[in-house]
Design a protein around this ligand. Structure first.
Ligand code: GUN
Length: 282
């Protein structure tokens, strides 16, 4: 039976360290500030944004919410980003994805000052990650690496398989595993022999966005299984990309959903915002 990796507890430890950092910055008169921009009424986005704001408050960071209607124009959104780029109290800017149809997300991300890009989505920060010379790591992949570190799970030399190639998770996840000397394979919807490739994974990261996609027959006994998914099952219950009940029986470690990777993402966002505040006050 796999050990369940307690993302909630590990994230709580990181948030405590962040809170200490924030207290030390307060002595210098600095309060890290995060602007969260949400456009439209996507309920999942609303939940994420509320959680991010709550975590900021708990760790002593300032957070400002900018909730815009779904009809917001590209120009209005770009102007808001420009305004936040200039705003001294704001060190980090996060534009919650996905944006409503008709808005150009790539252009919005490119408009964010890379020094305030706490998501690490700006092409300049993405390039830095590729090279390995970065200030900010994308929150979800960074959270996964922290989970592995907290459990003393070695990455170096291991066969790591990432299912999913999104810009937010799959691609940067693969890069961070590579920086940690993993031997990395990225699988996606056109991959042939998915099951065979997954079966060779010592560390399997599922970031597909499909409920219970990873089944027991795809997992090598003793593998470490990290579930980045956040889906609803047939009964409307929150579930990951991994068929937890069957895979748990053969894996060595597994992350639950909820309570695995999710809490880490927010903890890493707080960490990035503190880093941004420090960098802007050197
Ligand atoms: N939507 C889902 N995950 C994220 C994230 O990490 N950052 C932003 N900005 N939007 C998201």
């Amino acid at each position: 039976m796999a050990k369940r990796i307690d993302g909630k507890a590990i994230a709580a430890e990181i948030r405590e360290k962040v809170a200490l950092d924030v207290q030390n910055l307060a002595k210098k008169g600095i309060t890290p500030g995060l602007a969260v921009v949400i456009v439209g009424n996507d309920p999942a986005s609303r939940t994420y944004v509320n959680n991010k704001k709550k975590a900021c408050a708990q760790a002593g960071l300032l957070s400002e919410e900018y909730a815009l209607p779904a009809q917001t124009t590209q120009q209005e959104l770009m102007e808001l980003v420009q305004k936040l780029n200039k705003k001294k109290e704001i060190h980090g800017i996060l534009v919650q994805s996905p944006l409503p149809n008709g808005l150009d997300e790539e252009a919005v991300v490119e408009a964010i000052d890379p020094e305030k890009d706490v998501d690490a989505f700006h092409p300049s920060n993405v390039g830095r990650i590729m090279i390995g010379n970065y200030h900010f790591l994308p929150c979800t992949p960074a959270g996964v690496i922290e989970l592995l570190r907290a459990e003393n799970i070695e990455i170096s030399g291991k066969n790591c398989v990432v299912i999913g190639r999104s810009n937010i998770v799959g691609k940067p996840m693969a890069m961070l595993l590579l920086h940690n000397n993993g031997t990395v394979t990225i699988c996606h919807s056109k991959t042939k022999d998915l099951k065979e490739i997954c079966n060779k994974a010592d560390i399997l990261v599922a970031a597909v966005g499909k409920a219970k996609f990873v089944t027991e027959d795809m997992v090598k006994p003793g593998a470490v299984v990290i579930d980045v998914g956040m889906n609803r099952d047939e009964n409307g219950k929150l579930c990951g990309d991994v068929d937890f009940d069957s895979v748990e029986k053969i894996a060595s470690y597994i992350t639950p959903v909820p309570g695995g990777v999710g809490p880490m993402t927010i903890a890493m966002l707080l960490k990035n915002t503190v880093t941004a505040a420090k960098r802007q006050n050197i």
